[in-house]
Ligand binder design. Structure first.
Ligand code: ADP
Ligand code: 3PG
Ligand code: MG
Length: 395
């Protein structure tokens, strides 16, 4: 059987290594790094490979530029990496397709870490262009994927390159796969899943999969609106997906069959998204004013969710339960985070780009069993048990 090998299971010494990392960090409006967890999480892999006298050529993307655009240069993350590795020289290579730069890569010195410019500057990356992947592969002896967060993408630097060279998984990839599999394979019951976010339609498969695992499904955020509308509540002007109503009904029906308890909000904070003053307009769901716009779960719902979270043995959370971008409507999300961190008997798994951005009190993060560096990748991994980038490493 084809199997993935990780770098600590093989002998890799004195080689040139093309290392795919996910340094797609969230940036502040002034373009400084808001949270460098994704960089820190790959340091064990980087240090391990360096310790064994390997030379590293790092590949990563930043955001979603469609072409070369200096606003998305990797210089900012390269600089951060340099701070963590003062004994090495981190050098950004501007254009891997340029002959001079190629020569420069070939002349890499022992104490240098080369960092290729944002791989999404090349449209061949998203196209998973065969030749482009081959060119990337030609730069090194081995390929290592430590980029769990982007392993759900069928991109040249994720699934293309491994076709051309011996390829291995990094230590972060190993940790993400191992920990998440352990949590979802044989979870201790009761399993409580908390889902939020905006849409049901993009997460239907995931919800169906989570229903197999979960004893309780606590649904908040705009996603809950679609379920409430499917149950016939009048939600005023609140956002919900009309085209997902039938799917929502099916999910509610299936949950009843499977004895999974879906808990929906019974009250809500309403307002307008730009509101600056009043975050205390609380109404029961069955008694909403005609122009209501639901932006957060209310205190009664918090209490209900909180009691279930407190008894959980396994907790999986994805998706903010309110419009957290406005601090007036982030109390529900803060509460969920707090409730999870207060249950120290439970194994907890939290991920999702917006979910992590919504967590304000980072000091409790170590109370969560596993904070995944993946957003979309974590969800797809929970749903399917594997990812294209992981499959590509099986040789
Ligand atoms: P993640 O990235 O963690 O997987 P999603 O992308 O699914 O999460 O959802 C996050 C988005 O959902 C946020 O932009 C948040 O503001 C929005 N959202 C959650 N609840 C509401 C709500 N009640 N009204 C409007 N937007 C909401
Ligand atoms: C992420 O931020 O979830 C990963 O870096 C993947 O980025 P993408 O959604 O732009 O492919
Ligand atoms: Mg999101």
């Amino acid at each position: 059987m084809k199997k993935i090998k990780y770098i600590d299971e093989v002998d890799i010494k004195n080689k040139k290594i093309l290392l795919r990392v996910d340094f797609n960090v969230s940036l502040n409006p002034d373009s400084t790094i808001a949270d460098d967890a994704r960089i820190r999480q790959s340091l064990p892999t980087i240090k391990y490979l360096l310790k064994n006298n390997n030379r590293l050529i790092l590949v990563c993307h930043l955001d979603r530029p469609k072409c070369r655009d200096p606003r998305y240069s990797v210089k900012i993350v390269a600089k951060k990496l340099q701070e963590y590795l003062p004994e090495f020289k981190v050098k950004v290579i501007d254009d891997l397709l340029n002959d001079n730069d190629k020569k420069r890569i070939n002349q890499q010195e022992e104490n240098e870490i080369l960092f290729l410019e944002n791989i999404r500057f090349y449209r061949q990356e998203k196209d998973n262009n065969y030749q482009f992947a081959q060119t990337l592969a030609s730069l090194a002896d081995f390929y290592v994927n430590d980029a769990f967060g982007v392993s759900h993408r069928n991109d040249a630097s994720v699934t293309g390159v491994p076709q051309f060279m011996p390829s291995y998984g990094g230590l972060l990839l190993k940790k993400e796969i191992g920990t998440i599999l352990k949590i979802i394979k044989n979870p201790k019951k009761p399993v409580v899943v908390i889902l939020g976010g905006a849409k049901v339609s993009t997460k239907t498969d995931l919800i169906n999969r989570l229903m197999e695992m979960g004893d309780y499904l606590l649904v908040g955020g705009a996603m809950a609106n679609t379920f409430l509308a499917a149950q016939g509540f009048n939600l005023g002007k609140s956002f919900y997906e009309k085209e997902a109503l039938e799917e929502a009904k099916k999910i509610l029906f299936k949950a009843a069959q499977k004895n999974t308890v879906i808990v929906l909000p019974s009250d809500a904070v309403i307002g307008n998204p730009q509101e600056e003053q009043n975050g205390n307009n609380i109404f029961k769901i069955d008694n909403l004013p005609p122009n209501a716009n639901i932006l957060d779960i209310g205190p009664e719902t918090q209490a209900k969710f909180g009691a279930i979270i407190a008894k959980a043995k396994t907790i999986i959370w994805n998706g903010p339960v309110g419009y957290f971008e406005n601090p007036l409507f982030r109390r529900g999300t803060d509460f969920i985070y707090y409730a999870i961190t207060q249950n120290q008997q439970a194994i907890s798994l939290v991920g999702g780009g917006d979910t992590l951005a919504a967590i304000s009190k980072k000091e409790y993060l170590d109370k969560i069993t596993h904070v995944s560096t993946g957003g979309g990748a974590m969800l797809e991994f929970i749903e399917k048990g594997t990812l294209p980038g992981i499959e590509a490493l099986k040789q």
